[in-house]
Every structure is written in structure tokens, then in C-alpha cells.
Design a protein around this ligand. Structure first.
Ligand SMILES: [Zn+2]
Length: 191
């Protein structure tokens, strides 16, 4: 594991969990794919840390000839939200195809009764409280409420509303949850 630390808060973690920033032509640009050449710093994929570096000159001290951001803060936050949504949709499809995703209250309850172990339980923003309580009890998991409605999640499937989906343990499930959390983080609250 390659460890990195966030230039804003100092928190450490693995490289994939960070957004890389590269100096290009005297300005700092985000490097979503972590492939651009040049000196770089990292921030958490977190609204606080990304907004944070825009509020301080400290970030530029790691570079020789770099003293501005190539893109305004609002654009970056928008960009990450868009990318997160795309990647979320992508991994949703992958998870479905590889059979690690189960959707719908009845199916998940049935599977849980059969002894299927899930690692994540994700509820639509407008899922009924009763559904949440019942499935949390049956799966033994604490559910995550997304900012996405039943209808929005449904459009990623066959168009019919989806109030809940559950994931079995897998690498793809982890990716899906990563982007799900990213999407939540970048869509809710103030900047
Ligand atoms: Zn941070």
C-alpha cells in the first residue's frame, strides 16, 4: 500500500483515497486519474479538505513556480460530484453483473434469512423508516442513507424505483461504497 497524506488536514491513508493535485504551467490542477507528470500534493476526497486548500497559500509552498489554482473551487466540487455519480453508476452495473448486489426489500430479507452475509446496506433518501428498521434488524447492519431518491436509483436499473440495495463483500462493492460516500459528501451541506 502506498501511503499519502492530505496537504490540508495531515490525515494519512492509501493513495486511491486521495485526490492528486499537480502543478502545470504555474497553476495547480486536479489529477483525477493520478497519471499526470509533475510535482504533486494530495488532499482527501472531502469537501472540507478541498475547500480548505483554496483558503490557504500553504499548499503552494510545496512547489517552486506555482501560485494559483487552474480551476475555481466551485468547479472542482462540481467536477468531483459529476465524476462520483458516473463512477457510482458504473460500479452499480459491475456489481449487478457480478452478482454481489441485491435490490429490493423482499429479496434482501429472504437472502438474509438464508444466511447470506452482506457488508453494506444502502437506502434511498425516501425509503420508509419501517423498511430501514426491518432490514437493519434482519441483516444486522447499520444502513447508509444516500442522497439519491428511489426513482434516481431506479433509473440505474430498469426504471422502477429502488428503495434499498445490499452488497456482498467484494472489491467492486468497496469501490461502489467509496463513490457512494463521495457522492453523499459532495452533494449535501454547504461548501
Ligand atoms: Zn484531509
Amino acid at each position: 500500500m502506498t501511503e499519502r497524506s492530505c496537504v490540508f488536514c495531515g490525515g494519512r491513508g492509501s493513495k486511491e483515497d486521495f485526490l492528486r493535485w499537480v502543478s502545470a504551467g504555474g497553476a495547480l490542477v486536479p489529477d483525477w486519474t493520478q497519471k499526470l507528470d509533475g510535482r504533486s500534493v494530495y488532499t482527501h476526497f472531502d469537501k472540507k479538505c478541498i475547500s480548505g486548500i483554496y483558503g490557504t497559500k500553504k499548499v503552494f509552498s510545496s512547489f517552486e513556480n506555482c501560485d494559483s489554482f487552474a480551476v475555481p473551487k466551485e468547479k472542482i466540487l462540481d467536477f468531483i460530484r459529476t465524476q462520483a455519480e458516473k463512477s457510482f453508476g458504473y460500479y452499480l452495473t459491475i456489481c449487478r453483473k457480478s452478482g454481489v448486489l441485491f435490490k429490493g426489500q423482499n429479496l434482501i430479507a429472504e437472502e438474509a434469512e438464508k444466511g447470506t452475509v452482506f457488508t453494506s446496506l444502502v437506502f434511498a433518501s425516501d425509503a420508509a423508516e419501517r423498511t430501514v428498521r426491518e432490514l437493519e434488524r434482519k441483516t444486522g447492519l447499520k444502513g447508509l442513507k444516500t442522497i439519491l431518491s428511489k426513482d434516481t436509483i431506479g433509473t440505474k436499473f430498469d426504471g422502477r424505483g429502488v428503495s434499498v440495495f445490499a452488497l456482498k463483500p467484494s472489491k467492486q462493492s468497496e469501490k461502489l461504497m467509496f463513490y457512494m460516500n463521495l457522492l453523499n459528501n459532495f452533494t449535501s451541506g454547504d461548501i
